[in-house]
Design a protein around this ligand. Structure first.
Ligand code: LLP
Length: 422
């Protein structure tokens, strides 16, 4: 499941570059991504849906580094954004506004104005008040705004509650029962073009059934809309396909496509997808160094130089991500020194852990790779405890490039202003 990563002579490589070489160049903590791995997944989506007219709109929130966006833009990807900051990144990376869809429950006046001016493909509208606001901004700019309604199909995505979005009591989308009424409202607005319908039910889905259930509900709506004279040109099925972190067995992109294609072919509409995690998660690792070994009576702690500010998924979702050593012990991974370790950061929080009870044989100075870290890793990082964010590096075959500098500690307070007594 980690095609980009592998051991050669007991040393870990990403593509054809050894982790040791990367650490010597860039130090730790450092995020490293494989260009090939990103492109392979993108290509897999393209090939799997080749039989229908489709657009892959990569969900920028998963990993928004300009280099990642640029590589995907060059491959032909569109983008799913949730803020004007993300749109600015997409444009700075060479992405086309005409392939951008704008999701999110709280689009502001400024967000809408910027997106309309740039000419995005579609606003995924999540409430009737948002619809009114988009109409108002479009009128001011003397433009027509292309919209889809994001419907909430009330389907259980069977994933972690924090990343499940398609249930009635989630804040997302317009209730399935209200969708027809809001479409009619939209049809009556002077500066709105109804172009599609959208849903996104959650993230890290490992089964195909919830996607099918959501699609069935969306298809029902498409038919009712047609009978009321509202025809759409595209259907957006959101993102959400899961990946393997440890031992999950998510459906493959090919299986996902095969399950959906019969229904999609029959619909005959353009289909948008918004995958994030599945495109980048397993293209990336977070490299970290063991600074302190602290065996206690109850637990062994390995304190590493990355922490919850670099990678918050374990702390926030109890997410389990694999931790593998840069060098395999020559006497095997389960040797006499192997013990269970909690891999923790140096932040003053009990929740600051990256992994628990991992069987490893560790020494101070060892380099570890946390895998699956290409998605929702760097983008969710923070400066808590005044820690600079990690550097990011892209590898392609036997070459590597810095794609984001490590943050300097001075830069963390450069925009702050001392209080002046007057
Ligand atoms: N489209 C919309 C409207 C979304 O809200 C999301 C993710 C996606 C697409 C992309 O979903 P994906 O293919 O990545 O599953 N931080 C969490 C995941 C939050 C997902 C939020 N929405 C995590 O680290 O697990």
């Amino acid at each position: 499941h980690l095609p980009a990563l592998g051991y050669s002579d007991e040393a870990l490589f990403i593509e054809k570059v050894s982790i040791s070489e990367l650490v010597a160049h860039y130090d730790t903590p450092c995020y490293v991504y494989s260009k090939q791995a990103i492109l392979e997944v993108y290509q897999d989506y393209s090939d799997s849906f080749a039989a229908i007219d489709h657009q892959i709109c990569y969900a920028v929130k998963a990993n928004s580094n300009l280099a990642v966006l640029g590589i995907l833009a060059q491959a032909g990807a569109g983008f799913d954004i949730v803020s004007r900051g993300e749109l600015m990144r997409v444009l700075a990376a060479g992405g086309k506004a005409s392939k951008v869809v704008f999701s999110g429950v709280g689009k502001t006046y400024d967000d809408i104005e910027y997106a309309l001016t740039q000419g995005i493909a579609c606003f995924n509208v999540e409430s009737d008040s948002e619809l009114m606001l988009i109409n108002e901004v479009a009128q001011k700019l003397d433009k027509r705004a292309p919209i889809s309604l994001r419907v909430n199909p009330d389907v259980d995505a069977k994933t972690h509650p924090y990343i499940s979005t398609g249930l009635k009591d989630n804040k997302f989308g317009i209730a399935h029962e209200q969708a027809l009424a809001v479409y009619k409202q939209a049809a009556g607005l002077s500066h709105i073009d109804i172009v599609g319908i959208d849903c996104h039910i959650g993230s890290q889905l490992t089964e195909v059934e919830p996607f099918i259930a959501a699609l069935d509900k969306v298809i029902e709506l498409i038919h009712s809309l047609k009978s009321k004279g509202i025809t759409l040109s595209h259907v957006d099925l959101g993102g959400g396909l899961g990946v393997r972190y440890i031992d999950e067995t998510p459906v493959s992109i090919g299986e996902f496509a095969n399950a959906l294609l019969p229904k999609l072919k029959e619909l005959g509409m353009t289909v948008f997808f918004e995958p994030g995690r599945s495109v980048v998660a397993n293209a990336g690792v977070l490299l970290t160094r063991v600074d302190v070994l602290k065996p206690t009576e109850h637990k062994n702690f390995a304190i590493v130089d990355a922490a919850m500010n670099d990678l918050i998924r374990p702390a926030l979702y109890q997410a389990e991500m694999a931790v593998i050593p840069n060098r395999l012990p020559s006497d095997g991974i389960n040797n006499d020194d192997t013990q269970p370790w909690d891999i923790v950061g140096a932040i003053c929080e009990t929740g600051d852990f990256l992994a628990k009870d991992r069987l490893l044989s560790l020494a101070t100075g060892d380099i570890l790779a946390i895998t699956g870290a290409g998605a929702y890793g760097f983008t969710m990082s923070s400066n808590y405890n005044s820690r600079g964010r990690a550097s990011e590096v892209m590898v392609s075959e036997d070459t590597h490039q810095l794609i984001r500098k490590r943050e300097s500690l001075e830069s963390l307070y450069a925009d702050e202003i001392l209080w002046q007594d007057k």
